[in-house]
Structures are given as C-alpha cells and as structure tokens.
Design a protein around this ligand. Structure first.
Ligand SMILES: [Zn+2]
Ligand SMILES: [Zn+2]
Length: 319
C-alpha cells in the first residue's frame, strides 16, 4: 500500500521507550500502525482489492486458521504480528501487508482523514461495543481521557449505548473543549472527578468507567468512581491496577481489559463514520516531522490525533 496518512499513537512512545518488549517489539522497526492509503501492487493470489483502491490497514495480522481467529478474536491470533510494532509499519512511503489486513474504505472517504481509525478507532470501538449495553437510561458512564482514542470512544459510548449520562474527564482544557463539542453531558477536570461524580449520582457512583489513560492515578480514580456492581473497562495501559479482592467481591466489581479489536470492529466503525455519525479530530504533519510530532505527543500538545503525510502525498515529488 502506498501510504497517504499514518496516525501517531502513544503506543509508539511506549515502543521507543522499550516498554513494548514483553509484547514482542524489538527495535529497530519502522513504526506507524494507523495506516491508510491506496493499494500500490498486489500479489498473484489477491482477489479482494485492486491496485488504486483506497484502504486502511488493520494492524493485527490474522492467519484465519487458528482457534482465536475462527472465534473472530483477531488480536489473539496464534501467528500474531502487528504492523508498525512487530513488523515494519507506515511511517514510510509504502507498507507491505497481507490481503487479510486490508479494509476497503466506504465510498467517499479520504484515506488520510480516516487513518487513525486503524488503531484509535478500532480500539475505541472494540472496547465500547463490549460495555455499551451498560449505558442505559438512568446510568452514569464516565470516559477518562479524551485523547486520540478517548474522543472516539466517548462518541461510541453514546452511539452504541442508549441514554445514560455521559461524563468526560480530562486534565487538559483543550481536550475538555473537544469533549464538550462532542456533546458529553458533563465535562470534568481530573482533579474534581471523584467528588463531582459522587454529587451527580447521589453518592452512588458510576455504573461504567472506561479508562483511556492507563496510569496508576487513572486506575485508582476509575475504581474509586464505581458504584457497587459497576464495571471498569481498561483501554489505556501502563500503570498498576490495585484493588483488594474483598472490595471486588463485596462490590461485585467487573474489570475488563481491551486489546485493539478485530477486522470486523474496524469495518463496522468505518461504516458508522461513513454515515456521518462520528467525528475524528485530526491534524496533519509531514512525515519528515515525525520526531517533532512524537515529542509533541509526549508533551500532551496534540488534541485528537496527529497524522503524518509522506512528501509524495503533500504536493512534493515521490522519492
Ligand atoms: Zn496505537
Ligand atoms: Zn490465527
């Protein structure tokens, strides 16, 4: 695939920092796992796409033959590889992938504009789909962290759920503004969240907390926010979840981990976007600026998702 846009993700920072080694990421590797563009060339046996088709790359590789694959749990594939982490990705002019990883774009979508769905979107969709049935009238649903994944997740908790009060939480004023523009019912600073959710729920707590951050602090806050019988879904990662088993049993707490998503999750979220039901906040930068963009992400200076555009798609000449 000729890359037209590649999203930049906090996981890229984890990889650079060497924190992804337990997940099989050994450096050096060409990063970039949110890849969109057009099919540049195909092998003889490829039958589902043609040269020139606009496509996204679903980053988990799937063999299609193992038990997890047959259950539709692509990211658990026994032959697991991940474009842009365990094999070379899309911070480049071209990326090589299997036909099984290709998701054709619905008509009318520009590849670069939707590149972040490849990871931010698929991950948000997978996580929201698993717990959105808890977003019922009268429930309180809290989204922690309105970043690249969280701002999509916030919308999906509404789209896939049905009528609870949606609370968005972020320490950054720009991201709180984004949450407000996405019609969160309540927008809170991280500092005030525990007290505010207690007030909002008459002291009961939130029925569902989805954590798009994943630090010691967010894990502690997420668990503290829960009502008895509540569910805490973890999407962002990095900290330690610490909870007494007596509190889990006594409160009948459910904790759910979420890993990326399946090919069909990505296909479904794209259909929703194509119907105009989702907004993806992106900003574009030239591929050559990759290190500056990574530094901006590290400093929390990106609102939404940064997308790298190779020179050859930026009005420059292909190299
Ligand atoms: Zn990612
Ligand atoms: Zn498999």
């Amino acid at each position: 695939m000729k890359v037209e846009g590649a999203g930049v993700c906090a996981t890229d920072l984890h990889a650079i920092d060497g924190e992804m080694e337990p997940a099989g990421v050994t450096l050096p590797v060409v990063l970039g796992h949110e890849n969109a563009g057009r099919v540049a060339a195909i092998g003889d046996l490829v039958s589902t796409v043609r040269v020139g088709d606009p496509v996204l790359v679903c980053p988990p590789h799937t063999c299609g033959l193992c038990i997890p694959c047959r259950r539709g749990r692509d990211m658990m594939c026994e032959q697991h590889q991940f474009t842009g982490l365990t094999v070379d990705g899309g911070f480049a002019e071209y990326v090589v992938v299997s036909e099984r990883s290709i998701v054709p774009l619905p008509a009318g979508l520009d590849p670069a504009a939707v590149a972040p769905y490849s990871d931010a979107g698929i991950t948000a969709y997978h996580a929201a789909k698993r717990v959105a049935h808890l977003n019922v009238p009268g429930s309180t649903v809290v989204a922690l962290g309105i970043g690249g994944v969280g701002h999509v997740g916030l919308q999906l908790l509404r789209e896939l759920g049905s009528g609870g009060t949606l609370v968005a939480v972020d320490p950054n004023p720009a991201r709180r503004g984004l949450a407000a523009s996405l019609n969160a019912d309540v927008v809170l600073d991280s500092e005030e969240v525990v007290e505010a959710v207690r007030d909002l729920t008459g002291g009961r707590g939130a029925d569902l907390v989805v954590d798009f951050v994943g630090t010691d602090q967010s894990h502690a806050a997420g668990l503290e926010l829960l009502v008895r019988g509540g569910t805490y879904a973890i999407v962002g990662f990095g900290g330690m979840v610490t909870v007494p088993s007596a509190a889990m049993v006594g409160g009948e707490i459910t904790i759910v981990g979420n890993l990326v998503g399946s090919w069909i999750d990505l296909w479904e979220v794209l259909q929703l976007h194509a119907r105009g039901r989702l907004m993806l906040k992106t900003e574009t930068h030239p591929l050559d600026a990759v290190n500056d963009v990574l530094a901006m992400l590290r400093e929390g200076e990106i609102t939404g998702r940064a997308v790298l555009i190779p020179d050859s798609n930026n009005g420059g000449e292909p190299r």
